[in-house]
Design a protein around this ligand. Structure first.
Ligand SMILES: Nc1ncnc2c1ncn2[C@@H]1O[C@H](COP(=O)(O)OP(=O)(O)OP(=O)(O)O)[C@@H](O)[C@H]1O
Length: 327
């Protein structure tokens, strides 16, 4: 596209449940994703952070077409994903791929790596045998695995190797965008850097665009050009990674950075953290962060704060009536 935008998320919403019971009562509804608007430019890495339950995976699933928004629109390269999901799934699956958090569980244990990697080459790219062989060795080379591994089964690999296979499978379809949902969270710290390095090299080599979801702020900081912070289904802050990490405007972003893990201290974002998110079936009025916010004022529990830039900070938007400015 001319404006360089590859993925455009425009007011996306996903409500689970709702509607009426057979007796006419209201079914409970959860707004997993609310009014999310983000443009992802070709070649950039957009990091998405937030606590467990904030809607990251739901948003990721909608971007790859595994789920459909109940409101708003998601367009990829100018094509509406909800419309594509119904008709041209093959094209969409080629262009947008997903890498899962649990590398071993995401690979079919009964299939060899060759069969796993060949599936997209056959079904999405429709390659003949000689071209497939060539592409298989390219893929193994791209993720730094020896070609002998092609005839092994997923359980024979370490977590880091399995994730490299997961990445090779995503790459096999020759995608433009890869959504990485906690791609290194299940790996030892020493292996994380290896996988992140490979991802970085692949992005350059294949001209990829990434949406990188993680609860690990240091990982997000190291890989992202821009970062979106989610809270309770909404984007509360979005901007260049360096601004978000150095001068967070939203009190929630600030809290996340302050609570980054240190010896003996658990991050708010760690998977087993005691989160204090509001009840999703009974959302509070106004700002969802109100109860935890050190900067709250009267307006905050009456009105939903809009996502806005400060003067001279056009690229860094925060949804807060009392943002930290020049912090
Ligand atoms: N299929 C579903 N039916 C009902 N509620 C759902 C469904 N999927 C997600 N939710 C709810 O939507 C909200 C967002 O969930 P989501 O899994 O997207 O969050 P997340 O940030 O990815 O969390 P995690 O990191 O734990 O996966 C949560 O309140 C969750 O309980």
């Amino acid at each position: 596209m001319d404006d360089g935008v590859l993925l455009s998320i425009d007011g996306a919403e996903r409500v689970f449940g709702g509607g009426r019971t057979i007796f006419g009562g209201k079914k409970p509804a959860v707004h997993a994703v609310q009014d999310v608007t983000i443009d992802v430019r070709k070649g950039e890495t957009l990091g998405i952070v937030g606590e467990s339950g904030c809607g990251k995976s739901t948003l990721a699933r909608m971007i790859v077409g595994l789920d459909v928004p109940t409101g708003g629109r998601i367009t990829f390269d100018g094509r509406d994903l909800a419309a594509e999901a119904g008709k041209d799934l093959r094209r969409l699956s080629r262009d947008v791929q997903y890498v899962f958090q649990d590398p071993v569980a995401s690979l079919n244990p009964r299939k060899t790596i060759r069969t796993i990697l060949e599936a997209p080459l056959i079904h999405l790219l429709r390659l003949g045998k000689p071209e497939r062989e060539k592409r298989l060795s390219e893929l193994m080379d791209a993720v730094n695995l020896a070609p002998e591994f092609l005839d092994r089964y997923p359980h024979e690999f370490s977590g880091g190797q399995a994730q490299r296979i997961g990445i090779a499978r995503a790459l096999a379809a020759d995608p433009k965008l890869i959504v990485l949902d906690e791609p290194v969270s299940a790996l030892d710290v020493s292996v994380q850097a290896q996988v992140l390095n490979i991802l970085d090299g692949l992005k350059e080599r294949f001209g990829l665009t990434y949406v990188f979801i993680s609860h690990d702020l240091s990982v997000v900081e190291s890989v992202s050009d821009r970062v979106a912070v989610m809270y309770f289904g909404r984007i509360v802050e979005i901007g260049a990674g360096r601004s978000i990490f150095r001068t967070p405007r939203h009190p929630y972003t600030h809290l996340l950075l302050e609570s980054a893990p240190a010896p003996g201290r658990k991050s708010l974002l760690s998977e087993d953290a005691d989160t204090e998110l509001p009840d999703p079936y009974n959302p509070p009025p106004g700002c969802a962060f109100y109860a935890r916010c050190p900067r709250r004022t009267d307006i905050c529990n009456r009105q939903e704060p809009p996502l806005e830039a400060a003067p001279h900070q056009e690229e860094q938007l925060a949804a807060c009536f009392n943002p930290r400015e020049g912090a």
